[in-house]
Design a protein around this ligand. Structure first.
Ligand SMILES: C[S@@+](CC[C@H](N)C(=O)[O-])C[C@H]1O[C@@H](n2cnc3c(N)ncnc32)[C@H](O)[C@@H]1O
Length: 435
């Protein structure tokens, strides 16, 4: 199989293809490289670039140069799968590398088209690019380093290139989890000992330990990856073990009223049902409803009692299951006390609000690591009426930013906000539905 590259700087590639594993792959006859100099494609004294049309400075590679390069390479080595590079392209990751490695093995010829200056004429990419790749959300001077990054990632997936094939089967980003921690001699280094289990010789125990370590590390530090690449039930169950216990607390006291005063609000049966069902879906342990008002407590109790009856269980067992996790309490402190008792640890309090509040550090829905690395239970606190009063907000450790869409309207019901918050904070959101 062949990887051919059309570049302005062939010298950059020479050390790359003649060093270490790429050189060994060539010697073993697994792969051949051809590096074509773009400058050699221009007529004598003619430029290979020309200014972009319209306002704004910048030069683009001329379409006819690229066309000539592609035609020459394909005439010599056969039709190629053509990869162009651009910060605007599809982000390179391990699943994409695997797909491209398969294509390379099938098509036998991949052509890499690193650009320079402002890049390629859009018509050239439209006509030729089978794939447009970015190596990250930043802009480099040219596509040569991206092309070499791609080659490195690709080559090690080709059988025979890396010595031990099992070392590439189970590694970071080839499934939902990153790699487990690994250790070598000496057993004690700088006072730190290699975990006993790793040297126990018990292969089953070592494998379980490694799986657990990988899952824990991934959930806490790479939740964005886990939630978008987890498909198997067993993996989901393993990941769930490392998400700290979550609780939701719906405040009907210490909330702001239309008058601008702090006060209490009425309960709503829809909120009881719907938040309970959402909480259950996202693995939330308990849903506390906080109201000090006796008449409101009676309404909640009546509803919850009904859903414990045989009639209700028969009628809708899933609803019974969801409502079983609801707890009625008089105060926020009562809810926090129960969480502490369940976990022998105090909860971190995450306030939610439609507005921002300067006294409490704010978090985004990508900041799970900040919270989960503290290894404490987490309480998501929701307000009713006009939102949580400062007397609650000031008690909170963090505040999650307002839920927003591309409109000026910002008045969700608390049950809708709850579902969105749970999904943003805890939800699985796969990138590939075919898996
Ligand atoms: C200066 S960049 C052009 C950036 C382009 N004007 C933009 O803003 O999207 C020149 C070339 O470098 C390569 N390049 C730069 N950053 C890249 C990245 N993050 N991933 C892949 N290629 C990149 C591409 O081949 C690109 O055409």
């Amino acid at each position: 199989m062949r990887i051919s590259t059309l570049t302005l700087f062939p010298a950059l590639y020479e050390p790359f293809v003649s060093t270490s594993l790429p050189a060994r792959a060539v010697d073993a006859g697994i792969v051949s490289f051809s590096i074509e100099d773009m400058f050699s494609l221009a007529d004598p004294k003619k430029r290979i670039d020309s200014p972009t049309f319209g306002p704004g400075a910048g030069m683009l590679l001329k379409p006819d140069i690229i066309q000539k390069g592609i035609e020459q390479q394909e005439a010599q080595y056969g039709p190629a799968y053509k990869i162009f590079f651009s910060p605007q392209g599809q982000k390179l990751d391990q699943p994409l590398l695997k797909k491209l490695a398969k294509i390379l093995q099938e098509k036998k010829h991949i052509m890499l088209m690193p650009a320079r200056y402002e890049g390629m004429d859009a018509r050239v990419e439209e006509k030729y690019a089978d794939c447009l790749i970015s190596i990250g959300d930043y802009v480099l001077m040219g596509g040569d380093l991206p092309a070499m990054v791609l080659m490195e990632g690709l080559l090690r997936l080709i059988p025979g290139v890396v010595g031990k094939e099992e070392s590439i089967l189970e590694e970071s980003f080839s499934g939902p989890f990153v790699d487990y921690p690994e250790y070598t001699a000496p057993v004690v280094w700088e006072g730190h000992k290699v975990p006993e289990i790793v040297r126990s010789g018990n292969h089953g125990a070592i494998e379980s330990w490694r799986n657990a370590q990988a899952a824990q590390k991934s959930v806490v530090h790479h939740f964005g990856w886990v939630r978008t690449h987890i498909y198997e039930k067993a993996d989901k169950q393993l990941a769930a073990e490392y998400i700290p216990p979550h609780y939701v607390i719906l405040m009907h006291s210490q909330v702001m009223l239309g008058s601008g005063d702090e006060g209490t609000s009425s309960v709503t049966s829809l909120d009881i049902h719907d938040i309970a069902r959402s909480a259950c879906t996202y693995g939330i342990k308990k849903y506390f409803i906080v109201t000090p008002l006796k008449d409101q407590q009676r309404i909640v109790t009546k509803l919850l009692d009904f859903w414990q009856t045989d009639v209700a269980i028969d009628y809708n067992p899933e609803r019974h299951e969801a409502l079983r996790a609801v707890r009625l309490v008089e105060t926020l402190d009562d809810a926090l006390e129960q969480i502490k008792k369940d976990n022998e640890a105090e909860a971190l309090l995450l306030a939610t609000s439609a507005q921002s509040y300067k006294n409490v550090p704010s978090l985004t829905y990508h900041d799970q690591e900040t919270v989960w690395s503290q290894k404490r239970p987490v309480a998501l606190i929701l307000g009713t009426a006009r939102g949580l009063a400062p007397s609650v907000l000031d008690q909170c450790d963090y505040m999650l930013g307002p839920i927003e869409g591309f409109s000026e309207y910002n008045h969700l019901s608390v049950r809708s906000a709850a579902a969105t918050i749970f999904d943003r904070w805890l939800g699985i959101n796969p990138v590939d539905r075919s898996s």
